[in-house]
Design a protein around this ligand. Sequence first.
Ligand code: MRU
Length: 341
Amino acid sequence: DKRVKTLYFDNKTHSLCAIDQTKLPQKLQYIYISDVTTLYDAIKTLKIRGAPAIGVGAALGLYACALRFEDNTTEGFAYSFKKTAEIVRSSRPTARNLFYAVDRMQNAVNRAEGTTVDIMLGELKAEAQSIFDEDIAMCRCIGEYGAELLKDGSTVLTHCNAGSLCAVEYGTALSPIYVAAEQGKRVKVYADETRPLLQGARLTAFELSEAGIDTTVICDNMAASLMQHGKVDIIITGCDRVAANGDFANKVGTLSLAINAKHFGVPFYVAAPSSTVDESIPDGSEIIVEQRCGLEISDYWYSTPMVAPKAKCDYNPAFDVVPRELITGFITEKGVTDSIV
Ligand code: MRU
C-alpha cells in the first residue's frame, strides 16, 4: 500500500511513526515514538494532532511503550500500562478519540489479566491494529456518503484541518472532497487559515493542493463576506467531540462560521466517525474546552512578536462548542444523518 499515511506502526523500529505536523508545510518529516514522555509531548505540542489521529497515535504509541516495559511480571506489566495510559490520557482534554482509544487499549490489558505478558502484548497489538484499520474504513465511508452532497463545480468552505493529516488517511471533512475528485467532480475549496495555529493555511492547504484540488486560503474573518457573495455552496468541518444531542466541539472559529451559515442559508455539515461521539455527555455544556498558551496568538509562527508587548493574550480556547440547531446535519460512516446517536 503506497498511499502516504499520517501515522503507522513501524515494524522495523517497533515504534509509532508519525508525520511531525508542526514542520509542515516546509518539511515532511517523520518522528519515531516508543516512550511515554515523547508520546505525551507529541500530542500536547500538536506534532500529532486532529481528533482521529490523536486516538490512533495514542493506541499505537501505547503498544510501542508496552513493548519496552521493564517489569515483566504480569502484575508489573499491568501496573506500568495503567500508569502510562493515565499520562497519555492527560495530554489533551477535548478530543473524544483520545479517551476512546486509551480506554480500548486499557480494556485489552484488563481482558488478559492473570494470563502472561506475551498474551497482554498480543491483545494490545490486535487492539491497536483494529483502531488503525477502523479509522481508515470509517473515514473512507464518510467520504463516500459525503461525496453525494457534492456536485461537479461545488464550492466547499472548511475550517482547521480535518483531512488526511487528521487521521490515518482520507480524514473526515475532506474525505468527501477526495472521493468526489476520484469520481471526476471538480470541487473548489476555500480553507479558513484558522488562527492562531494556522492548521488551515499550513495543513489543509498543503494536503489539498498537493492532491491537485483547487484550493484558496482565506483569513477566518473573510468567511462571512464569502457567504454573503454567494461563493459557498456547502460548509463541511470535522469535530473533536459530539455530545448525545448533537452539540459539538470543533476548532475555535467554527461557532461563528455556523452562525454565519445559518444567517446566509448555507448548508453546514459536520463529519465525524463514531469514535468522536461521546454519548455519556448529554449536551455541549459538558465538553471540556482546552485553553492553550497565549504565545500561540502573539509569537508562534511569526519571526517577530505580532502583539504589542504590554497587551495580554490570556484567552486562547482551542475549540468552541456549536449548538446542534445551527447546523444542517452530520456525515458519519453510516451515512448523512440528522442525529448523531
Ligand atoms: O488542535 P487540533 O489541531 O488537534 O484540532 C483538531 C482539529 O483539527 C479540528 O478541530 C478538526 O476539525 C477536528 S479533527 C477531525
